[in-house]
Design a protein around this ligand. Structure first.
Ligand SMILES: Cc1cc2nc3c(=O)[nH]c(=O)nc-3n(C[C@H](O)[C@H](O)[C@H](O)COP(=O)(O)OP(=O)(O)OC[C@H]3O[C@@H](n4cnc5c(N)ncnc54)[C@H](O)[C@@H]3O)c2cc1C
Length: 523
């Protein structure tokens, strides 16, 4: 897709952008293109620098995995589902390691992967701008390099937080500069075992359905992980015209002049509340179950290479202890997002206000709480995501066999039984699923869960920006070892067959024949 198409699509993806914004969008496009053409030389230089860095490091490594076929069809070494930040970081890492028969598929169009220009409603990233994210240890692949190449070092110094649209552009550039094999508009429908060692992947593309085969499958399917949106039971019977999940497409223009209740106090709650207010909502009631707003971002506070590399090796009880503590403390919304809401006089924060039920009254919704009932026009549930696999049809064939922390790993003496932690998959060393009952679904050992749901087993290596390169590296190493081990006979035959001499035989003289005469002289 050309850049123009991508930008137009990105701008008009959300139905809440009314058509009369078309002119401003075109103006934005024109400005953007002008900026781009001015800075194209900088990007060209950076692209050359990336190539030089790779060259110095002798990357990509030479391809080394023997090709396979199954029923006459070629087999991929690795198929990755999801070409968001995590998917492209893994794909890049595999390509650089010489596992080049790999591909990523994403149901979204190019440039619309992940939340950044679709469901994300914040202005900028929460993370500090200098994080190296998916750069895989290469300075020229960082956001900083990309930004500075176009706008200069001074602009970098002046930049506060990274605008979310720019982060998306950076990810698009990353994919192009590394020439990653990605096919967009392809959705995973089902996963099955073709054999003990081969995963059958059912895909739906623009031209119809197809089956592909892979030796390893990576699920880089994002924050909604494996389960999709978490919706509290009290919303079950409420008609969709009265409510939405915080990650849904929402017609914010339609909320002009309306009273809106937002359930939750996290970043998503603030971003939705802020967007509704900016679209002219009459009032926003933030219904917050907690008695106090969380104020300290605990896990970020202790961020270190120790945490990045150490969580995996902790005993299970300690892993639980860390994430139980973090879950109880909760992550505060960013300060800027909170101020974006609180500066409106018609925004109200209600603490210790747990929702107990909802019902309709004519055109209005009555939200019952432990305090007073709130009568509103619309409810936004900023209630997060689920980790159980039963929320998404594409995982239904494997879901019953996957071992989760609730399958006897968690015991009540470890801490509080948080549902999303109990439902988390209990993963192996390479993010692979393990079987609930050994021997019931051995193909799980070839399916790797590289998304947010891996947090309890591996730490935050497959969901957030800070440690995604380490996660991609860990996953690549495990897959490389597994492929080599599985192919050991072929690899050994290659060892035997290899016959290119390093010595021609004329570099030395054999002195052995002289040994006898030397021996005689001595005696
Ligand atoms: C609003 C928001 C703001 C965030 N801000 C920050 C931040 O500031 N700092 C930070 O460190 N982290 C942040 N995160 C967390 C994290 O960095 C993002 O969620 C990031 O997008 C994770 O990348 P990912 O590749 O795991 O998932 P995604 O970027 O969501 O990519 C997953 C991809 O999988 C595709 N997919 C899913 N299912 C299928 C299927 N069946 N078939 C085909 N394709 C499929 C999707 O289309 C999607 O493109 C934020 C998250 C959100 C939601």
């Amino acid at each position: 897709m050309r850049l123009n198409d991508f930008l137009m699509k990105a701008l008009f993806f959300r139905p809440e952008i009314p058509i009369d914004l078309c002119t401003s969008a075109k103006r934005f496009l024109a400005t953007f293109q002008m900026k781009r053409s001015i800075n194209q030389a900088g990007l060209d230089n950076l692209n050359a620098r990336v190539q030089e860095d790779l060259n110095y490091l002798m990357l990509p490594s030479k391809p080394w995995v023997p090709r396979q076929t199954y029923n006459g069809k070629s087999v991929r070494d690795v198929i990755i589902i999801g070409a968001g930040m995590c998917g492209i970081a893994v794909l890049a890492q595999l390509q650089l390691a010489g596992i080049d028969n790999s591909i990523a598929y994403d149901q979204a169009d190019q440039g619309l992967e992940g939340p950044w220009v679709t469901s994300a409603r914040m202005k900028s990233l929460r993370s500090p701008k200098a994080l190296t994210g998916p750069a895989l240890g290469l300075p020229s692949l960082t956001f900083r390099a990309w930004y500075t190449a176009q706008f200069g070092a001074e602009a970098w110094e002046q930049l506060g937080k990274i605008p979310k649209e720019q982060w998306m552009e950076y990810l698009v550039w990353y994919r192009h500069t590394l020439e990653l094999p990605i096919e967009n508009g392809v959705r995973l429908l089902d996963i099955r075992a073709a054999s003990d060692e081969l995963v059958e992947v059912c895909l739906q593309g623009e031209t119809g359905g197809r089956k592909e085969y892979a030796r390893h499958l990576v699920l880089a399917t994002g924050r909604s992980g494996l389960g999709g949106a978490y919706v509290p039971a009290f919303l079950d019977g409420l008609a969709p015209s009265f409510w939405a999940h915080g990650a849904d497409e929402i017609n914010f223009t339609g909320l002009k002049g309306k009273d809106v209740a937002v359930i939750g106090a996290g970043a998503t709650a603030m971003d939705n509340a802020g967007t509704a207010l900016e679209h002219g909502a009459a009032s926003i009631s933030l219904l917050i179950r907690r008695k106090e707003m969380p104020q300290i971002n605990k896990m970020t506070g202790i961020g270190s290479q120790g945490v990045v590399h150490g969580i995996r090796d902790l005993p299970d009880a300690w892993k639980w202890k860390f994430f139980d503590y973090v879950a109880k403390a909760q992550t505060p919304p960013p300060r800027s997002s909170t101020l974006r809401v609180s500066r409106y006089p018609n925004a109200h924060f209600y603490l210790d206000c747990a929702v107990t039920g909802v019902r309709t009254d004519g055109n209005r919704v009555v939200v019952e709480t432990n305090q007073v009932p709130f009568e509103v026009d619309f409810v936004i549930a900023a209630t997060g995501f689920r980790n159980d696999f039963f929320g998404r049809p594409e995982f239904s064939s494997i879901a019953p066999y996957i071992k989760v922390w609730g399958d006897g790993v968690f015991t009540s003496d470890m801490g509080m039984a948080h549902k999303f932690l109990i439902d988390s998959p209990y993963l192996g060393e390479t993010f692979e699923f393990l079987e609930k009952e050994p021997g019931t679904c051995s193909i799980l050992s070839r399916i790797h869960c590289f998304n947010d749901a891996a947090m309890l087993s591996h730490g935050k290596l497959s969901g957030d920006i800070p440690a995604v390169s380490t996660g991609a590296d860990r996953l690549m190493r495990g897959i490389a070892a597994s492929l080599f081990n599985a192919d050991r006979e072929i690899q050994f035959k290659a060892l035997q067959k290899y016959s290119t001499p390093e010595l021609a035989g004329d570099e030395w003289v054999d002195s052995t024949p002289n040994l006898e005469s030397q021996n005689k002289t001595v005696s």
